[in-house]
Design a protein. Structure first.
Length: 202
């Protein structure tokens, strides 16, 4: 909708082609960010910086659209690239601090669950804000974009200050101790029982 308002004289096929530009840039950014993250074995800033860029770009895009369509499109490209290129480093991050066992599986499942909640609430909230501004006829959708940008900024700051908690028993890492620690203790207890049974059987 924003691109259609940016170039009101363009036909629908032209708007569709313009809308594909940010996703094309995002494809290149995803590959580049994932490649560099793997090469440097660094995850934190490869997640945080793109999200911060995404947040700032989303907040500035509707303001830039008032003066320059090209600048607004460039900001949309930066925002889309920042949002999508986080996926690779982010979903490989739990394997770094949670190992490759049950801890990592528990962490990823919690991340996916929270992400699904965001996937339900986010579009509804953005749609509500867009309707308040005038629906499809709104010229900027500034409130919706500011909410999305603020969310990206908060996520980026969370990645930047993230500090894993060492689990000494497993010598691995786990962040979401509030949710995962009881499951980890249960898993450790089950493995301890198995070891005791094996020793008794021997």
């Amino acid at each position: 909708m924003l691109i259609g308002q940016m170039v009101p004289a363009a036909s629908t096929p032209v708007v569709a082609l313009i809308a594909a530009i940010p996703y094309t840039c995002a494809s290149a950014a995803m590959l580049t960010n994932a490649w560099h993250s793997k090469r440097t074995s660094e995850r934190r800033w490869h997640c945080a910086l793109p999200l911060l860029v995404c947040g700032v770009s989303l907040g500035l895009a509707p303001l830039a659209a008032r003066g320059s369509t090209a600048v607004a499109l460039l900001l949309l490209c930066a925002a889309t690239s920042g949002a999508f290129c986080t996926y690779g480093p982010f979903f490989s991050w739990p394997a770094v601090w949670a190992g490759a066992g049950a801890e990592a599986a528990c962490s990823v499942s919690i991340i996916n669950s929270l992400g699904n909640v965001g996937g339900m609430v986010g579009p509804a909230l953005v749609g509500l804000l867009s309707q308040v501004e005038g629906g499809a006829e709104a010229s900027e959708h500034i409130h919706a974009l500011i909410v999305l940008g603020s969310t990206a900024l908060v996520a980026g700051l969370m990645c930047a200050v993230f500090q894993p908690v060492a689990i000494r028993e497993q010598q691995q890492w786990c962040c979401l101790t509030v949710f995962s620690t009881p499951l980890l203790h249960l898993h450790s207890a089950e493995r301890s029982d198995e070891v005791v049974e094996q020793r008794e059987g021997a």
